[in-house]
Design a protein around this ligand. Structure first.
Ligand code: NDP
Length: 484
């Protein structure tokens, strides 16, 4: 009989934590408990991928009438009604949360609706006052959005807040150029909001293939998003405080104490429009400012360092390839480790943890060749190295094509798509694949299998095209557009 209350205690009921708990209980016969302080499903289900994707779908109907008319339909433009969409969205998230709870229950996992923190490497203190012990503890607390440390940062929303809006703004400023900024710029634009985006760097989506992100940026601008690169907020304040007030030159206002406050979505944000001065000289009011300026692991006040768990940059839990921390009985998976912050990666890390710790089958997390998609309009799907990163590594050939797809070209729309393969000159292996097109996320999932298997350019060449499709171009590019 074990000296501990449980074999495994999981802190965090997001995708990674729930999967690890379920599999440890149902497949390894472990006695498992899990604590979640908020809603089951975590970032992905409650305030990330799922509600975001439903909003992507909603925004996709924006200009469908234009295409439909070109195809002979008598379809008239309409407007989007947030008050009709929002309750359906809420109901869907409730349903999914219920499924997560049920999955845990059916697997025999004991759940605590409470905040948990470490007392030591085998003991967890709950906000209910209870203390429980476990042979192993798994940290799966995820992360949260953060605002930059600037005066009046509290005036800005973060992504979590967008799913709780009572009404849609007429105008929005989005700050940032990463996944979340670009996706929400497209979503809000599609829902009828006038969107301005400030990104401090030279081109959005830093780190992705230059040509692919260039096309996404061009298409976003073409569709009507007012994108300003090399631009940041110089100062902002509530629009009603602006009247007759002398310029402060960006100095600290009364809300200085809130600057850089970490976002919870629960504190009292002043209502009403925000006046913004941009570094591009623009001065104007926006109904909503969204800071999409990155996320931070949820490791504050968790008793981690006291229990011997080492934290790294941004407070991320330091782990080895098996998810082991510096405290022998404590492991960590997902965004709390700030490695590859994607739901399927956290889930796989959770499964690898169970294999390693409960099935005597040491399994490192595999972070090689992870396909991913950015749900902009058009989408970007990507796997492997960008052209720039590959060229830094070895000699390459680049096969690329950009064209107007049949469906929208027929409707006289200017939309363009892009397909690109980055190929090793020495091994002929495809090192990277980048697709900018409608449904690029669906396409890259399949291309990702071939590339993970080590497909060469010649393997792509000998695969017969599916005609007529956009994706057929990925197997019909005969000559490199660049080498070296
Ligand atoms: P990212 O790190 O992708 O982007 C943050 C952006 O904010 C960057 O453009 C960064 O600029 C900018 N920024 C950072 N600090 C400041 C500042 N002080 N002032 C102005 N701009 C600033 O974070 P996200 O929040 O967009 O996404 C977090 C993670 O969530 C992603 O890395 C991804 O793993 C995951 N995610 C995945 C999605 C998907 O798979 N489709 C969707 C959404 C999120 P710079 O480039 O100069 O650093």
């Amino acid at each position: 009989m074990s000296d501990y209350d449980y074999d495994l205690f999981v802190i965090g009921g997001g995708s990674g934590g729930v999967r690890a708990a379920r599999v440890a209980a149902s497949e390894a016969g472990a006695r498992v408990a899990l604590a979640e302080e908020d809603r089951y499903g975590g970032t992905c289900v409650i305030r990330g991928c799922v509600p975001k994707k439903l909003m992507v779908f909603a925004s996709g109907y924006h200009d469908i009438h234009e295409e439909a008319q070109a195809y002979g339909w008598d379809m008239q433009p309409g407007t989007f009604d947030w008050s009709r969409f929002k309750p359906k969205l809420d109901a869907e998230l409730d349903r999914l949360e219920g499924i997560y709870r049920k999955l845990l229950k059916n697997a025999g996992v004991t759940t605590y609706d409470a905040r948990a923190k470490l007392k030591d490497g085998h003991t967890v203190e709950l906000s209910t006052g209870e203390t429980v012990t476990a042979r192993h503890i798994l940290l799966a607390m995820g992360g949260r959005p953060v605002r930059p440390e600037v005066p009046h940062a509290e005036l800005g929303h973060v992504s979590d807040d967008l799913f709780h809006l009572e009404t849609l703004p007429k105008t929005a400023l989005i700050v940032g150029g990463g996944y979340i900024a670009c996706e929400f710029a497209c979503i809000l634009h599609g829902l009828g909001v006038e969107v301005t985006q400030y990104y401090r760097g030279a081109q959005i989506l830093r780190g992705f293939d230059d040509e692919a992100r260039g096309l996404v940026a061009e298409m976003m601008k073409d569709r009507g998003i007012d994108l300003h690169t090399g631009t940041d907020i110089v100062q902002m304040k509530p629009a009603d405080e602006r009247e007759g007030e002398p310029e402060t030159g960006g100095g600290m206002g009364p809300s200085q104490q809130d600057a850089g406050e970490e976002a919870t979505g629960t504190y009292d944000r002043p209502k009403g429009p925000v006046w913004v001065q941009g570094s591009n000289g623009q001065e104007r009011e926006f109904d909503l400012v969204l800071y999409a300026t990155g996320r931070k692991p949820n490791t504050d006040d968790m008793g981690l360092e006291e229990a011997g768990v080492t934290l790294g940059r941004m407070g991320a839990v330091k782990v080895d390839e098996y998810g082991a921390t510096s405290c022998e009985s404590v492991h960590a998976i997902g965004d709390v480790t700030n490695r590859v912050n994607l739901t399927p990666v956290a889930i796989r890390e959770g499964m690898a943890f169970v294999e390693t710790v409960f099935k005597d089958n040491p399994t490192p997390a595999d972070h090689e060749l992870i396909p991913s998609a950015i749900f902009t309009q058009p989408e970007m799907g990507t796997v492997g190295l960008s052209e720039e990163a590959a060229r830094d590594q070895e000699e390459i050939e680049v096969y690329a094509t950009s064209f107007r797809p049949m469906q929208t070209a027929f409707a006289d729309r200017p939309h363009r798509v892009m397909m690109k393969l980055v190929v090793s000159k020495a091994t002929r292996k495809v090192l990277g694949c980048h697709i900018v097109a409608p449904e690029a996320g669906e396409m890259i999932q399949l291309a990702g299998i071939a590339i993970k298997m080590g497909a060469t350019k010649e393997d792509f060449d000998r695969t017969c095209a599916v005609h007529p499709t956009m994706a057929e171009e990925i197997v019909t590019m005969r000559h490199p557009v660049r080498t070296g």
